[in-house]
Design a protein around this ligand. Sequence first.
Ligand code: PLP
Length: 385
Amino acid sequence: MKKIQMVDLKGQYQHIKEQVDASVLDVIESTAYINGPEVHDFQKELEEYLGVTHVIPCANGTDALQIAMMGLGLKPGDEVITADFTFAATVEVIALLGLTPVLVDVDPITFNIDIEAIKKAITPKTRAIVPVHLFGLAAQMDEIMDIAKANDLYVIEDNAQGIGGTYTTRDMAKPKTGTIGHVASTSFFPSKNLGCYGDGGAIFTNDDELAHIIRGIVNHGMYERYHHDVVGVNSRLDSIQAAVLRAKLPHLNEYNTKRRNAARKYTAAFSGIENIITPTGFCDAGNSICDVCDCHVFHQYTLRITNGKRDDLVKHLNANDIPCGVYYPIPLHLQNAYKDDRYKESDFPVTNQLVKEVISLPMHTELDDEQIDFITKTVIDFVTN
Ligand SMILES: *Cc1c(COP(=O)(O)O)cnc(C)c1O
């Protein structure tokens, strides 16, 4: 059996090596390392793939979130609601801009931001909601857009883990995640579903005016050369990364299908096993289960281990040379940087439970049946003994 990896970037590279090597070498030869034609071409190709009017590439997914918030003109004191159970980047940029993060609990089935908790958290100072499509499953965007409309709020989708996924609306449309809110961010960190070979990110929007504002912000606030109209940042996707992404984008659907197939095999093996809750997500429309449709892109395949032995399972898997991850072990509201007197522990029953139960299994495009069998048997042996 091939050695099991949490993410197999090398195996994936082998399939596209010729093309990646050739286009990266072309960029080196061209010397157009910054803002070269590869960046523009990638932007156009990603706009077409997503069905969104504007993609603005930038340096990483954290910058993308920050720039989206700057573009919307959010000001210190504005409250921004986001999930307690996510990667820290989401809350970090809110705090960094002097905005007030308002963390709320998540749903135990989807792991995504809880709709009732959003409603309860709205105050006259609330200006935006940041749903995270956690682990590759879309948040409940119909409900979130309804709340935003009723309360005049912006919606910023953190699509770092969801690229290529869709959301089924109540009208049974299937827009891609990241094209539904006012603006969205994504990351091309190597291990993301569409990863480059370094850092990269992008902002998406269908709003022409916002896109224009953001294109200036990523470039030192310049709309005309050497005229700095707003305080901006320097945040660019470089041409070599764009060349890698152009080679990978045509494979994104196939990559996500491979992830879903691996997820289906995991779920089939774990079905009926006590103390394991497999990840299912529900499309809003008709409550069809996402693991039989094409919404979920399984950035992570995350189980809940309900017998209190999650940490022992981590050790057991590691002892069997099976890598795994705990995303995320500490709720954001308990992190030193983001503690706030306004929070009560009783506001976060789900997150507080999930951090003790979740474990993410190897998930990537190169998993084979032998590896999946070994992983599932090792997990099941442990939990049933
Ligand atoms: C990875 C990630 C980010 C940050 O992306 P970087 O490119 O590493 O800056 C933001 N939000 C979420 C949910 C992520 O998973």
